[in-house]
Design a protein around this ligand. Structure first.
Ligand code: SF4
Length: 505
């Protein structure tokens, strides 16, 4: 068997999880360079850049959300695909054990996390045979926050603010713009989209995702599709959604479009949305040994140029420092746009915890506290735990529960990303609470703000879903929903809707 195959795949997984490819780094650098200084978006980009550097320097996960590991393999005739698939699964489990991937595979019936990223359908492994002698393995790690922003349109369709999208390239253009607008900051913008015109519902999404294996700076060999991509990129950033939906100059860093044939009765436009933490790498392996012959998307002989000009969070002097548990008056004094540095205790809670809390008592006293929508990468260290990655998850999933949880337990601060809806906004007003937006994907940055892990409750839910007791220092967040009924998310959505309408054509 191929003695080097397992270590090669393990290295591919670790590098993909920790090192953003050069084309994505270049696009994020360009976004940083054109952003207006001293804005919410520029501060968010600064944290993202620091996070990218921290991840590659310390070989830590760029984002705590490992996503769905998707392997695309080309193998020569005669290669043992069953053996390779087994080795890939073993390498995924090992990378998870080392804390490079978060245990992310959940039984859809029981809700139980397998703990090693293995299970039916996980990881995704696709084999293709080719006429070459080497084995090519490409890997994409795409998280849940951006996966939830995927969209599929059966055209003709009426689109909000854009009118009818017909079965034409103009209709496709409208669908792409609509998908980007609809995502707002929830998929950790600035993002990139892979698009498929045609196919059926399943092949359309698969082909859209396949476009994400193209580099952001390539040019589509099909002149018609190249023109469509260029048109989108020339106009889409007028939406002004910006980094994390904070308003800003860059909403999208790439648009890649493919087309496959369709049935006469169907015309699908499928959009796969990926976040700024666009993790994709590949290797070419020697088919005799499994050793890495060359890398794809990265050149290991080129030194990695740091993304951030200065280390750490750039203070402006306007930051407000608060320590939990919070007094109601301090929280009511906050307004949308305030930048706050949080200290003291903080509890994590996401989907399972929220569903639990509406029916049960809390295992800890949550009064006056901050509840952080976060599913960390936590590894056991002796008797305790260490947080290897701990950025925010998409908050809107908790909208059905959040208002009840705030009222029931007297929580003063919700921390997450992408904002929440009208029910939560009403509860913030009624109870004197606030929504803090942390910077999505900045998992290394926020892990370094955690001074210690004081404990964990509900660990049976699995590592990402447990209720972790954290103690944080100078944890930067931005108020995007306050206790006076203001919501930056609502405002940006309304403003960007006007821009979207202007792009109707
Ligand atoms: S950057 Fe955001 S959307 Fe992307 S994987 Fe991380 S949390 Fe999910």
């Amino acid at each position: 068997m191929l003695a080097e195959f397992f270590p090669s795949i393990l290295e591919l997984i670790v590098k993909t999880s920790t090192e953003l490819p050069p084309d994505v780094r270049a696009a994020m650098k360009a976004a940083s360079n054109i952003e207006t200084p001293d804005t919410r978006a520029s501060q968010a980009l600064n944290i993202i850049n620091v996070n990218i550097d921290q991840a590659s320097d310390g070989e830590g996960a760029i984002c705590q959300d490992t996503g769905m590991p998707t392997f695309e393999i080309h193998a020569p005739r005669g290669a043992d695909q069953l053996w390779m698939a087994d080795e890939i699964r073993l390498a995924v489990a090992e990378a998870t054990r080392r804390g490079k991937l978060r245990p992310n595979s959940v039984d859809s019936i029981t809700g139980k996390n397998s703990g090693n990223n293995l299970g039916p359908g996980t990881p995704v492994i696709h084999f293709n045979q080719w006429a070459k002698d080497d084995i090519e393995v490409k890997l994409l790690l795409k998280g849940g926050g951006c996966e939830n922003c995927n969209a599929q349109y059966a055209v003709p369709v009426e689109l909000a603010h854009l009118g009818r999208a017909d079965r034409t390239l103009e209709g496709v253009r409208k669908c792409i713009l609509h998908a980007v607008w609809q995502a707002q900051g929830k998929g950790c913008s600035p993002g990139a989209v892979g698009v498929c015109i045609g196919g059926d519902r399943a092949s359309g999404y698969a082909h859209a995702k396949a476009q994400l294996f193209r580099t952001l700076d390539d040019v589509n060999p099909d002149a018609t599709l190249a023109e469509l991509e260029a048109t989108i990129m020339a106009t889409v950033n007028r939406l002004g959604i910006g980094t994390m939906g904070f308003e800003g100059r860059t909403t999208l860093i790439g648009c890649k479009v493919g087309a496959i044939n369709r049935l006469p009765a169907s015309f699908f436009v499928s959009v796969a949305y990926d976040c700024w933490a666009f993790r994709r790498l590949g290797v070419l392996l020697d088919a005799g040994t499994g050793a890495i012959k060359s890398w794809q998307y990265r050149d290991p002989s080129s030194p990695i140029v740091p993304m951030a000009d200065q280390a750490g969070f750039q203070r402006t002097g306007r930051e407000i420092v608060l320590t939990a548990p919070f007094a109601e008056a301090d929280i009511r004094a906050l307004r949308v746009g305030d930048v706050v540095l949080l200290n003291g205790r903080m509890f994590t809670g996401r989907d399972s915890v929220h569903a639990y809390l509406v029916k049960h008592d809390a295992p800890v006293d949550l009064r006056g506290s901050a509840l952080y929508h976060c599913g960390p990468v936590a590894v056991k260290q002796g008797e305790g735990w260490k947080m290897n990655a701990a950025g925010p998850t998409t908050s809107i999933r908790e909208e059905p529960y959040q208002a009840d949880v705030i009222r029931k337990f007297g929580i003063r601060a919700i921390i997450g990303k992408g904002g929440m809806g009208a029910k939560t906004l009403e509860a913030l007003k009624e109870c004197g609470a606030v929504y803090f937006n942390a910077i999505g994907g900045a998992a290394q940055f926020y892990a370094r703000c955690i001074e210690r892990v004081d404990g964990v409750s509900l660990i049976d839910f699995g590592v990402p879903e447990a209720l972790w007791h954290l103690h944080v220092k100078d944890f930067p967040v931005i108020v995007t929903m306050d206790s006076h009924g203001n919501s930056l998310h609502k405002d940006v959505e309304a403003e960007s809707a006007k821009e979207l309408a202007a792009l109707k054509g």
